[in-house]
Design a protein around this ligand. Structure first.
Ligand SMILES: Nc1nc2c(ncn2[C@@H]2O[C@H](COP(=O)(O)OP(=O)(O)OP(=O)(O)O)[C@@H](O)[C@H]2O)c(=O)[nH]1
Ligand SMILES: [Zn+2]
Length: 396
C-alpha cells in the first residue's frame, strides 16, 4: 500500500483525519513532557559525548516519540450532562458483562446498568465502562429492607480517563483499567520461569498508558541465589525503573512494596500464575482473592482471576488485580513509535544514517552499533524487535 499523497489525504474520511491530528497533538505534548523530565532529572548516560547529546536533543524535539490516544473518540462524546442533585459520583470497582459494581462517594455500593445513550457511544472499546472509571450514577429508588445491601443504579456519565492499561484483544481495544497512576509489572522468578522480554512488553504498555512502572520479581523464596538477577535489576534501575524482589509466601519485600503503593492507584499486571492475587492477599489480609497453583506439567497459571477488580488500600490508595494474559498485545501503535518506548535508544536514534531507520537491517544504524558496543543491552534490542515485528506494517 502506498503512502497517501496530499491530494489523497484530502479525500480521507473525517474520522481518520481527526485521529491523525489527535495523534500529532498528543505526540507533541508527550515529547515536551519527556524532554522536560529528561532535562529535570539529568538521567543521561555519562558516556555520550556532549556533541552527540546536543544533536540528539535537537532531533528529539523534532521527532515523534510516543503516542497515545486515551480511550479514542468515544471518550469525549461520553459526557452527557448530569443532574448533580440527583446523581452520585463513584468509582467502578469491577464490571461483569452489562453490570458494573460502583463504590459511590456516599459510601454505598451500587449495582449499575449503563444508560443506553452511553452504550451507543461505545466505539472501538469492548466496554464503555471499565474498572477504575469515575462515573455519575442515578440511584434507583430505595426499596426498603437492608440499608447496607447494594443498591441499583444507572450510570449516566463516564468522566474522561487518564492513566490506562490497555491492550489489543481480538482486534479491539480493551481498557483493562482506567485512572491508574502506576503499573506493578509482576513476574515470577520461577514457576513460571522468568521471561525478561515480557517485562519490556509491559513497560511499553505502561509508557503508552502514561503509567509509572514498577517491576516486581516475585517468588524469590523459590530461588537459591537471587543475586544472579542483579545485572537485570541494575539495568532497569539505570533507566529509573524500580525493581523489587518479593515473595507473597514469606512476605519478603512487601514492606518496601507497601511504600510504593501508598496513596497511589496501582494496577497489578502480568502473566497468569506469577502471583498477582497472592501478593494482594498478602498485602491485604482480609481480602481472600482466589489463587491456584500453576500447572505442574507446564508451569503455566490457570487463569484464576477472570476480571479486573479495583480494591481500596486501608491507608489510602487503590490496587487493581487483573487477569493474567498470555501475550500482551499493544493497542494503536505504529511500528515507528516503538523506538520511543525504549528510553535508552533515544540518544542514539538521531545518529542513524537514515532518518526513517527502523533499526532492523539498515547500514549505519546507530542502535545496532550501540548494541554491538554493549551500550544497549542485546536483550532489550530483541524485545524491541519482538514488539516491532508484532505490529502490522501500516495500521492506518
Ligand atoms: N513459592 C511461592 N509461591 C507463590 C508466590 N506467590 C504466589 N505463589 C503461588 O503461585 C500460584 C499462582 O498464584 P496466583 O496469585 O493465583 O497468581 P496470579 O498471577 O494471580 O494468576 P491469575 O489470577 O491466573 O492471573 C499459587 O499457587 C500461589 O500460592 C510466592 O511468592 N512464592
Ligand atoms: Zn537505526
Amino acid at each position: 500500500m502506498s503512502r497517501s499523497s496530499d491530494a489523497e489525504s484530502e479525500r480521507e474520511p473525517p474520522k481518520k483525519k481527526i485521529r491523525v491530528e489527535l495523534r500529532k497533538n498528543l505526540s507533541r505534548r508527550r515529547r515536551e513532557k519527556d524532554l522536560t523530565r529528561e532535562f529535570a532529572s539529568g538521567e543521561e548516560a555519562d558516556d555520550i559525548p556532549t556533541s552527540e547529546r546536543v544533536r540528539a536533543k535537537g532531533e528529539l524535539s523534532r521527532r515523534r516519540t510516543v503516542v497515545t490516544e486515551g480511550t479514542g473518540e468515544g471518550e469525549a462524546a461520553a459526557l452527557p450532562a448530569v443532574d448533580s442533585q440527583q446523581c452520585i459520583r463513584g468509582r467502578v470497582l469491577r464490571v461483569h458483562g452489562l453490570l458494573s459494581i460502583v463504590a459511590g462517594e456516599d459510601g454505598r455500593t451500587y449495582r449499575c446498568a449503563v444508560r443506553r445513550l452511553l452504550k451507543s457511544l461505545a466505539t472501538e472499546e469492548r466496554h464503555v465502562v471499565t474498572c477504575g472509571d469515575v462515573v455519575w450514577l442515578r440511584p434507583a429508588p430505595a426499596s426498603g429492607g437492608d440499608p447496607n445491601a447494594p443498591r441499583e443504579g444507572l450510570i449516566e456519565r463516564v468522566e474522561p480517563r487518564h492513566g490506562l492499561l490497555t491492550r489489543a484483544s481480538r482486534g479491539r481495544e480493551h481498557v483493562v483499567a482506567a485512572n491508574v497512576d502506576q503499573a506493578a509489572i509482576v513476574l515470577s522468578l520461577m514457576q513460571p520461569e522468568l521471561k525478561p522480554h515480557l517485562i519490556d512488553r509491559y513497560l511499553a504498555a505502561a509508557a503508552l498508558g502514561q503509567l509509572q512502572p514498577l517491576i516486581l520479581l516475585n517468588k524469590v523464596d523459590l530461588v537459591p541465589e537471587p543475586s544472579v538477577y542483579q545485572p537485570l535489576i541494575g539495568y532497569y534501575a539505570q533507566l529509573g525503573i524500580p525493581v523489587l524482589l518479593t515473595s507473597a509466601t514469606t512476605g519478603y519485600g512487601l514492606e518496601h512494596l507497601r511504600q510504593y503503593l501508598h496513596q497511589r492507584v496501582t494496577v497489578f499486571a502480568g502473566q497468569s500464575g506469577v502471583g498477582k492475587s497472592s501478593l494482594l492477599n498478602a498485602l491485604l489480609p482480609d481480602l481472600h482473592l482466589p489463587t491456584r497453583a500453576v500447572s505442574a506439567a507446564t508451569e503455566k497459571g490457570r487463569h484464576t482471576t477472570t476480571y479486573a477488580q479495583l480494591l481500596p488500600l486501608p491507608d489510602g490508595g487503590w490496587v487493581v488485580d487483573t487477569p493474567g494474559v498470555r501475550q500482551l498485545q499493544l493497542w494503536k501503535i505504529q511500528r515507528e513509535e516503538v523506538e520511543g518506548l525504549f528510553l535508552e535508544f533515544r540518544p542514539f536514534v538521531p545518529l542513524c544514517a537514515f532518518a526513517d531507520c527502523t533499526h532492523t537491517h539498515e547500514t549505519g544504524c546507530a542502535i545496532q552499533q550501540a548494541v554491538a558496543r554493549n551500550r544497549i543491552s542485546p536483550r532489550r534490542y530483541h524485545s524491541y524487535l519482538g514488539l516491532f515485528y508484532d505490529l502490522p506494517e501500516d495500521k492506518w
